[in-house]
Design a binder for this molecule. Structure first.
Ligand code: 5GP
Ligand code: ZN
Length: 107
């Protein structure tokens, strides 16, 4: 997707603080953190939002949630954290490339 901010981050045309990357997933720190730790998990496939999901995305979405937990623990969020997926205009989504927010404070 040419004009998608997060596709450009995946392609490294726009820099980000990378946490994790594999063939399907890209994870990086949110530029405007809402807590001590705040990162975003995105699929490498350009999916606009949860509204676009179909059965073929089941494995990908499951993989992203399991990875979200692993990375949250690795970042010290061992007592818990929040996840959020803003979906569509009415869901408060601002960047139209599906992303899972993980945020929380250590301690
Ligand atoms: P949304 O409201 O779409 O769920 O959240 C978009 C998130 O992307 C926001 O938390 C915002 O801070 C983050 N964000 C927007 N632009 C950039 C950017 O260029 N780099 C990074 N790392 N995060 C961004
Ligand atoms: Zn995109």
């Amino acid at each position: 997707m040419e004009n998608c901010l997060f596709c450009k981050i995946i392609d490294k045309q726009i820099p980000s603080k990378l946490i994790y990357e594999d063939a399907d997933i890209f994870v990086f720190h949110d530029i405007n953190p809402a807590a001590e730790v705040h990162f975003l998990l995105i699929p490498k496939e350009h999916i606009e939002s949860m509204l676009e999901l179909t059965d073929k995305h089941q494995e990908l979405m499951g993989k992203m949630m399991v990875k979200a937990n692993k990375l949250a623990i690795e970042h010290g969020l061992t007592k818990g954290y929040k996840t959020q997926v803003n979906t569509g205009k009415n869901g408060g989504q601002e960047v139209f490339h599906l992303h899972i927010h993980v945020f929380g404070n250590r301690g």
